[in-house]
Structure formats: structure tokens, C-alpha cells
Design a protein around this ligand. Structure first.
Ligand code: BG6
Length: 475
């Protein structure tokens, strides 16, 4: 069996990494806006340093990003030209509810997203909408401390209701939270959490996660009630954990690392807290407050499909190894001696995608969707301004090949594939512009200069052909 005929090929972005225009259309300020580029970013996205407003000493890349806010027609036309069947995008919560808790939505924000959906329709592109891609209104952080408060559930559901109702005729594929497991690694960027001295960070993170899990399940319920055609997926940052060696301690540590990640999906797909999580959280004395009725909600409204980002596998060494460290998508791990690494030190492991697809499918037996994958690299235009990004084509080719093997040889049920950042955008981890993922180059430089002009890279034509042949011609 090859890829299904209606396989959803496309690309993925996040509002805060591409839109810019944060002071336009009545938009309010969000956590993702106040995460600066540079050395302080790490302390801020992890909630160790509080930043709820912009100051003069920092540069805030989300403020202008790549100005999708004014370029969306051109960008969607380019996606159409590549033959996209789907465009994964996210809603900036504060365009719809500037403070997060207004009674009525901001119509300018609604109009902006409707215009995007209409543009997609012109080219036969189906939107796949992430309701919250790391977004949390600063208004709600100031009032409630972000997702540490249960009050967030109602605010989030208010957003869901407006989206499900008003965009019914455009959207059936939804994701409730982007990379829900990132709450453990970048809690401010992921959930608007920051910590006071002496607070138990893990306790707060798991309590906040519980609120998101309940909110996510109620979003599934609401989506189905409003339109039975709606399909809601969860989304997590995947990448299987390999044991550094066959030493049982390494194997055990790798298993625990995977469980830490799967915990969220276990709840969202199976509908209950897995035994290992309960035990560990109880032992640490940080089992979240679970209110009467919560378990019933989690049980009754599991997700329809499972989506994930895959950039790399991880390699886990128990204490007592002399392993070196490797970077990764906000997780560090041991350096896998069998792999090559990107310019940012992330492992490159196409076979790991096949392994991850198999493990996730075995575990949940629900349709899967790869909603992020790609290579962040420095692209240097030649004297004619052309960009030959053969390294990106190589990366994507090998990952798509591995994905096809998982479908064709292993029988994994896969809905689609959206590569990350089809039009260059700013990095979530580092805030850099020079870390590019796109098929289309955006003339914006690290210092903010540039014309914002869009230019097709060699990978543009390559991906166009991949989509045209439903993945048969990988060049
Ligand atoms: C995922 C996020 O973590 O990885 C994206 O969902 C992010 O928002 C992507 O951009 C790639 O990471 P980075 O740090 O290279 O932007």
C-alpha cells in the first residue's frame, strides 16, 4: 500500500513565528511576543525570569516576524503553487481575545483569519488549525498566572467556541495544543508559567498540564457537538528515546524518558492517567488536584487522531556513562555516535522517524499526522540571489522515504505530512531568523534588515514534484 490518494501534503507555521503585526488589528500582547532573541531567551521561555512586557534592552522577533500579516496572500499563493493540500497554521489568541477574557471576539482578528481561509480555498488548500501554538494572552498571565489556574479552561473554551462556530465552513482539522509536552521544558513559552523563588516547578507544571488536558478534552467534545465532521488531534514533540547502550540502566532511563513524553498523549488518546505517571507523581507528592468530573471528561472525549513534530531521535544515558551531550528540540540528550548533526547540533535520524511512527501507532492505534519536520539551516543566496539548499532536500527526502516505509511496509495509518516553516520564519527555540526551514526564502536578516521579499529556493521545485507524484518521485 502506498500513501493514500488523499494524503495531505503541506507545510506548517505558527502565528507568532510568521505573522508579526502584533500591534495591528486590535491584537493584545501574548507570552510569545515577550520572548526576546539573545542570551536571556532561555531563562524567559523556561519561566525562570519574569518578562510580561517589552523593554528597550531586548529585541523581540515575534513583533515583526516575517510579516505574514501583510504577506499572507503571496505566501498562500506560493503554497498553492507547490501543490499544498493542507496548510497547518495557528491562531494568535490575542487577535481574537486581546486580553483573553473578553465576552465578545475582536472582529478585526476574526476577519484576518477568515481572509486566510478564503485564500486557502482559492488554491484548494485545507487549513489544519492549531488553536494554541504556545500562545497565552499576557492579560491572562497577569490575572491568573497562565495555565496554573483552572480559570484558563473557560477562557480557552471561549476561544474554541468562536473558532468552531464561525469557521465551520472552512475548517474540519484542529489541534488543541501545540507540543503539549513542551510545558515541561519551556513552561513560559508553552503555557504562560513563570516561577517565584521556592516554588515547586514540577508541581506547577503538572497542575497546568492537567488544566490543559481537561481543556483539550472539552474542546474535542465541543468540536464534535458543533460540527460532527470536525476532527481534533493532540500534538506532541516526538522523537523516540534510544538507550545509549544495552546496559539495563540505559534502557530503563530511555523508557522513562519516553514515558515522560507519552504521558500527555496517553491521557489525550486513551482517556486516563497511566499507572506509571500516577505512581511517580504521587511519590513526588505532586499529583495534580483532579476535580470531581475531570476523569469522566478525560475518558469521554479522547482525540480523533494523533499528531506530532519530529526533528530527531534522542539518545539516553543513565548516570555512570561517559557520553557526550547533544542538542535537540529543546531537549538535550546524549550524543548518538551513529548519527550526523545539523548546524544547530540536532541529530539527523530519518530512520528514527520510521521507529517513532511505529511506536506511536502501536501504542495508540489511531490515525497519525506528522505536522512538523524539517532542517533548520543557514541559507546563503548566491550572487544572482538564488538558493541551492540541497542539504534541505537531502534531509527531507530521507525522512519522507522513512515515512513511506512506515506506511507501506509497516502499515501505519498516516493522514498527512506538513514540513515545518515552508516560508522562512523565526525560530521558536532561539528566536533567530538565520535558522531557516523554508522552501521560500524571506529577505529578512538577523539584524532585522531586509526587504521581506520572497524567493523560491531549489527545494521549492523539489517539493512541488514530491506532492505532484504523491511521494513517488523523491528526486
Ligand atoms: C517545534 C515548534 O518545537 O519546533 C515550532 O512547534 C518550532 O514552533 C520548531 O519552530 C523548530 O524549532 P526551532 O527552535 O528550530 O524553531
Amino acid at each position: 500500500m502506498s500513501l493514500r490518494k488523499d494524503f495531505l501534503w503541506g507545510g506548517a507555521s505558527a502565528a507568532n513565528q510568521c505573522e508579526g503585526g502584533i500591534f495591528e488589528g486590535g491584537r493584545g500582547l501574548a507570552n510569545v511576543d515577550v520572548c526576546p532573541a539573545g542570551p536571556d531567551r532561555s531563562d524567559i521561555i523556561t519561566g525562570r525570569r519574569k518578562m510580561l512586557a517589552m523593554d528597550k534592552e531586548h529585541i523581540y522577533p515575534a513583533a515583526t516576524a516575517v510579516d505574514f500579516y501583510h504577506h499572507f496572500q503571496e505566501d498562500i499563493r506560493l503554497m498553492g503553487e507547490m501543490g499544498f493540500k493542507v496548510y497547518r497554521m495557528s491562531i494568535a489568541w490575542t487577535r481574537i481575545f486581546p486580553n483573553g477574557d473578553e465576552e465578545e471576539p475582536n472582529e478585526a482578528g476574526m476577519a484576518f483569519y477568515e481572509a486566510i481561509f478564503q485564500e486557502c480555498r482559492k488554491y484548494g488548500i485545507q487549513p489544519l488549525v492549531t488553536i494554541s501554538h504556545f500562545d497565552c494572552p499576557v492579560g491572562l498571565i497577569e490575572k491568573f498566572g497562565g495555565w496554573r489556574s483552572r480559570k484558563m479552561i473557560d477562557c480557552y473554551l471561549r476561544l474554541c467556541k468562536v473558532l468552531f462556530t464561525r469557521f465551520q465552513e472552512y475548517v474540519v482539522y484542529w489541534l488543541n495544543f501545540n507540543e503539549i509536552n513542551m510545558i515541561l521544558h519551556a513552561p513560559f513559552m508553552g503555557a504562560g508559567l513563570y516561577f517565584e523563588l521556592g516554588e515547586d516547578e514540577d508541581a506547577i507544571k503538572y497542575q497546568a498540564a492537567h488544566h490543559e488536558l481537561v481543556a483539550g478534552a472539552l474542546a474535542v467534545k465541543m468540536a464534535h457537538e458543533i460540527n460532527p465532521e470536525n476532527k481534533v488531534g493532540c500534538m506532541f514533540a516526538a522523537g523516540s528515546a534510544y538507550p545509549y547502550s544495552c546496559r539495563p540502566e540505559d534502557v530503563w532511563e530511555a523508557l522513562v524518558t519516553d514515558q515522560e513524553n507519552y504521558f500527555f498523549v496517553d491521557v489525550q488518546a486513551r482517556g486516563y492517567y497511566p499507572a506509571y505517571a500516577r505512581k511517580r507523581l504521587e511519590r513526588r507528592g505532586i499529583l495534580p488536584a483532579i476535580e470531581p468530573g475531570d476523569e469522566e471528561i478525560l475518558k469521554s472525549y479522547p482525540v480523533d487522531f494523533i499528531s506530532f513534530s519530529y526533528y530527531n531521535s534522542r539518545c539516553i544515558a543513565a548516570p555512570g556513562n561517559d557520553s557526550e551531550e547533544a542538542e535537540g528540540n529543546l531537549f538535550k540528550s546524549a550524543r548518538n555516535p551513529y548519527l550526523k548533526f545539523s548546524e544547530w547540533g540536532w541529530p539527523i535520524d530519518p530512520m528514527g522517524l520510521r521507529i517513532t511512527l511505529n511506536q506511536v501507532y502501536d501504542r495508540y492505534q489511531k490515525p497519525l499526522f506528522i505536522v512538523e519536520n524539517g532542517l533548520g539551516a543557514i541559507d546563503t543566496p548566491d550572487e544572482k540571489g538564488e538558493i541551492d539548499d540541497g542539504y534541505r532536500i537531502d534531509y527531507l527526502r530521507e525522512h519522507i522515504r522513512a515515512m513511506k516505509e512506515a506506511v507501506e511496509k509497516d502499515g501505519v495509518d498516516l493522514i498527512g505530512y506538513t514540513s515545518w516553516g515552508p516560508i522562512d520564519l523565526i525560530s521558536a527555540g532561539s528566536g533567530e531568523m538565520k535558522k531557516r526551514y523554508g522552501f521560500v526564502y524571506v529577505d529578512k536578516q538577523e539584524d532585522g534588515s531586509g526587504t521581506l521579499a520572497r524567493r523560491k529556493k531549489r527545494s521549492f521545485y523539489w517539493y512541488q514534484r514530491v506532492i505532484e507524484t504523491n511521494g513517488e518521485d523523491l528526486g
